[in-house]
Ligand binder design. Structure first.
Ligand SMILES: *[C@@H]1O[C@H](CO)[C@@H](O)[C@H](O)[C@H]1NC(C)=O
Ligand SMILES: *[C@@H]1O[C@H](CO)[C@@H](O)[C@H](O)[C@H]1NC(C)=O
Ligand SMILES: *[C@@H]1O[C@H](CO)[C@@H](O)[C@H](O)[C@H]1NC(C)=O
Ligand SMILES: *[C@@H]1O[C@H](CO)[C@@H](O)[C@H](O)[C@H]1NC(C)=O
Ligand SMILES: *[C@@H]1O[C@H](CO)[C@@H](O)[C@H](O)[C@H]1NC(C)=O
Ligand SMILES: *[C@@H]1O[C@H](CO)[C@@H](O)[C@H](O)[C@H]1NC(C)=O
Length: 522
């Protein structure tokens, strides 16, 4: 109740500078953590971490916010909290808070996003919304009791249950409880405010044509040392950018964590520092590097589809005049929910996290690249050998990418780094020449397959299980789904096609046991 009280009292207070007042702080997660820390230490001494996220969320006029948040997150508090002293916050932090309190995509740029230590870009708003929902306790809202006279609770749409039997997540076997499958009844607050509402609304917008809304578009920072401006790689991106999906998923994961652990809650600054803290040491279930794997464990596709559906049904009640929701039947909303969840599950959760070239500071391609004729039928596995140590942080993997590119361009005289993709031990794949351009990795076979290299020397040891899983399962299945790789692709170790020990004895011996591994006939 206390958290809600403070949240409510700051609504409508014009505490923050006008939008447009640029902060001088770099748009990095550390700046956000610093702001939370100051809020926790100076402003909200008595409330500690409990209300810091709510404070930031209140930086902007809530009436412009989505009604799901208002309805599910900001439930009527008692209003006798005293007005806290905000003047102790530095103007830089106030300006930063004002900037990140909204997420927006406009004219090819994305606002309200920061660069995290793992190299991912994260939208702050859905992250904070998830934290706040978690602090308020994970709960379900009873949709029936919110129901207006006109609302139809009798609709039955059994299709929702069957739509996911083929989704490739470990949870896919989970079935919807029968009573839930029949009619929307309860909204999981945490999922609704982080992922479900936005997923549903974005796909609703496109449901006329069924064209994908550019889910998970990446972007480039103006600079990596002190980033300020984030430009999207596709100007037609929907609001469900990669940064938004990252932030929403982090919000859902951290919110679920907060709702599980006993009170008092740890300061949010400490929680975020641990979650985003550089590297992959510590609990993999609590690292931004592995958010997608953890997202698969957080919710099954049928559950998420149910929640997207229910969020849309609730929105329809909350905003009867909503142009996109008007006159949509519950069955139509269920179809949108099914499609949106399938895209999210397969194209985001089911794909590896790939850092685009600009993220690791790639030099430009020299000359004109040759396009591949897709889909390709071959996948070649390499190890880099040098660098020999596996890279486990964004900093070190990105530095390895730059040094390999320098070597390939300046010493070998190639146009670019040779590999199509490079896999770190930090939970990330780094884009080399990518899906569309012929590489220089497997002499004589470059135009027929993708070359994927593990960073490290795998003569006597193996890459991390996460990295192996990426190359064995996630990358190929994602590429097959996208029409880049043939479903019957053949997998080779580099040594099968050239005079080399690559990809190392230990790794090659493992490769022989993988699906799609193919023996070369002599
Ligand atoms: C509001 O004030 C009353 C009495 O002054 C107090 O008992 C109550 O705890 C306060 N509520 C909150 C949310 O602070
Ligand atoms: C919030 O915005 C609404 C309209 O969008 C406006 O009527 C209201 O005065 C604003 N409130 C504050 C505190 O700025
Ligand atoms: C939801 O509310 C309706 C009407 O108020 C009630 O009949 C129903 O039992 C409630 N369901 C749950 C799961 O609480
Ligand atoms: C799902 O899998 C079954 C067999 O397991 C197959 O017959 C069916 O075509 C698949 N559906 C889709 C949509 O891929
Ligand atoms: C919804 O239906 C009403 C009445 O049937 C109609 O007046 C209105 O134009 C419709 N709205 C949309 C967006 O189709
Ligand atoms: C690679 O590993 C093998 C076996 O562990 C070792 O003998 C070799 O020196 C290593 N090469 C490099 C470049 O580190």
């Amino acid at each position: 109740m206390k958290a809600w009280g403070v949240l409510w009292i700051v609504l409508g207070l014009s505490l923050w500078p006008k939008p447009g007042t640029a902060s001088s702080l770099p748009m990095v997660m550390d700046s956000i953590i610093q702001a939370l820390e100051e809020l926790e230490q100076k402003v909200l001494v008595t409330e500690a971490g409990v209300t810091a996220s709510a404070w930031i969320l209140s930086a902007k006029n809530y009436s412009s916010h989505n009604s799901l948040h208002q309805h599910l997150l900001l439930k009527a508090p008692s209003q006798n909290t005293t007005e806290p002293d905000t003047h102790s916050l530095s103007p830089e932090l106030q300006a930063l808070i004002s900037e990140v309190a909204q997420h927006d995509v406009r004219d090819g740029q994305e606002y309200g996003v920061v660069l995290a230590p793992d190299g991912s870009t994260v939208a702050v708003k859905p992250l904070l919304v998830g934290l706040e929902a978690g602090l308020q306790g994970r709960s379900v809202a009873n949709l029936s009791s919110d129901c207006l006279d006109t609302c139809d609770t009798g609709a039955i749409w059994p299709g929702l249950k069957d739509a996911f039997t083929n989704v490739s997540s470990p949870d896919a076997g989970a079935t919807l409880p029968n009573d839930k499958a029949k009619t929307p009844t309860t909204v999981d607050r945490l999922l609704a405010v982080t992922l479900a509402g936005d997923l549903g609304l974005t796909f609703l917008h496109r449901s006329q044509t069924w064209s994908p809304p550019g889910l998970g578009i990446e972007g480039c920072w103006d600079q990596l040392s002190a980033p300020r401006v984030f430009t999207l790689l596709d100007h037609k991106a929907s609001r469900l950018t990669m940064a938004f999906l990252n932030g929403a998923l982090d919000g859902a994961l951290l919110g679920a964590h907060l709702s599980r652990i006993p009170k008092p809650h740890p300061p949010l600054s400490r929680l975020l520092r641990e979650y985003y803290g550089a590297g992959v040491d510590g609990d993999p279930a609590f690292r931004s590097n592995f958010r997608r794997q953890n997202g698969v464990a957080l919710t099954s596709a049928p559950t998420l589809a149910q929640q997207v559906w229910e969020a849309l049904v609730l929105l329809q009640k909350l905003e009867p005049g909503h142009p996109r929701l008007q006159n949509m039947s519950q069955k139509q909303l269920a179809q949108v929910a099914t499609f949106a969840t399938k895209e999210f599950t397969e194209a985001f959760l089911g794909c590896p996290a790939i850092h685009p070239r600009c993220r690791w500071g790639a030099a430009p391609y020299r000359g004109h690249p040759t396009p591949l004729r897709l889909p390709l039928g071959l996948l070649y596995v390499h190890h880099t050998y040098v660098p020999a140590p596996p890279c486990t942080t964004f900093q070190s993997c990105a530095a390895d990418m730059r040094s390999m590119q320098r070597f390939h361009q300046n010493v070998r005289g190639w146009a670019d780094i040779g590999y199509s993709f490079v896999v770190g031990s930090d939970g990330y794949v780094y884009q080399g020449r990518g899906w569309h351009w012929v590489g220089a990795h497997t002499l004589g076979y470059n135009s027929r397959g993708f070359g994927v290299a593990f960073v490290g020397n795998y003569t006597g040891s193996l890459p991390s299980e996460a990295a192996l899983n990426t190359v064995r399962d996630v990358l190929p299945s994602c590429a097959i789904r996208a029409g880049l790789l043939r479903p019957d692709y053949k997998l080779f170790g580099h040594r099968q096609l050239g005079k080399t020990d690559c990809p190392g004895n230990a790794l090659f011996n493992l490769l022989r046991t993988w699906p799609h591994f193919t023996v070369v006939e002599n």
